[in-house]
Design a protein around this ligand. Structure first.
Ligand SMILES: [Zn+2]
Length: 293
């Protein structure tokens, strides 16, 4: 069995292990995403290379056609957790043994998908972390619906830069502007402090980027260990299959607010959580930090 990523020892994908050319070459899909310039899908930094045994088939709730379970109408309880100080360095998983899943979603090129995720959260009580790319209209379009969920902490907001560039290619001042402009947008629009978690677009960052981010209080580059791989358009079933592979204890999983297949399989994804006795949590549910003591 694969060991859980160790938060104290160097993980194979920490600290800018991705060669940008490799990342871009692996993207495959070339997307015409309106709104922000130069947005391409995030490549999963680990999913392609990680050797992770698939869950046993008996553990997989494969919904039958016509037998899709209804959404859970009763809000899930807020998990009672003992929070720990967020470790320094790249964060790609949750610490220790447990049954938590950090379901994180990025970008927001589709206002409709952001709206559906917000409704999913409101309907079910599921706790999610949204990494906001503020240049997309979705965030202002849906601000009213999101505000109460954000205020309660059920939806946490993290910083995914203003316009989704590869930060490693930018001058220092541009890196700072990408993060600080988005920080100010999140604070002004939602009244919360997104620090210390930032997600570098494409998962690409390096010591320079990390130092510039840390100067702004974004001390935790937050990557992932498993992806729904839906930054581009895939099928509903593929979303379910990737969730089946990656909805595992103490994992941080990345999804995207860009295309609607995921919004049609929310019941199946929720079914996976229940089947596996996983509790979805935000990062602030698990970690304390200066901004969220
Ligand atoms: Zn992204």
């Amino acid at each position: 069995m694969r060991a859980h990523p160790d938060q104290t020892a160097p993980a194979p994908f920490t600290n800018a292990v991705l060669d940008r050319r490799t990342v871009l070459a692996s993207l495959g899909l070339s997307l015409a995403l309106a709104g922000c310039a130069a947005l391409a899908p995030d490549a999963p930094p680990v999913a392609t290379g990680a050797v992770v045994p698939a869950p046993t088939p008996t553990a997989l709730p494969r919904p039958l056609p016509g037998a899709i379970p209804p959404p859970v109408a009763v809000p899930l309880p807020t998990p009672a957790l003992v929070r720990v100080g967020v470790p320094s360095g790249t964060l790609s998983g949750l610490p220790g043994e447990g049954s938590l899943l950090a379901w994180t979603v990025d970008d927001g090129s589709s206002s409709d998908v952001v709206a559906r995720y917000a409704q999913f959260a409101a309907d079910t009580g599921i706790r999610l972390t949204f990494f906001v790319t503020g240049c997309y209209d979705a965030w202002t379009d849906n601000a009213e619906a999101l505000r109460p969920l954000v205020a309660s902490g059920q939806i946490q907001l993290g910083n995914h830069t203003w316009s989704h560039p590869d930060l490693s290619t930018l001058a220092d001042a541009e890196v700072t502007t990408e993060l600080s402009r988005n920080h100010d947008f999140i604070t002004d629009t939602f009244g919360v402090d997104a620090r210390p978690f930032f997600r570098p677009p494409y998962g690409v960052h390096d010591d320079r980027v990390d130092a510039l981010a840390a100067d702004l209080g974004y001390t935790v580059p937050t990557t992932w260990y498993g992806s729904l791989s839906d930054s581009g358009l895939i099928t509903d079933q593929q979303v379910v299959d990737f969730a089946t592979t990656w909805f595992l204890p103490q994992h941080i999983v990345i999804g995207h607010l860009n295309f609607d297949p995921v919004t049609r399989v929310f019941p199946q994804l929720l079914g996976l959580l229940h089947e596996r006795a996983l509790t979805a949590v935000t990062l602030n549910d698990v970690f304390t930090s200066a901004a969220h003591p």
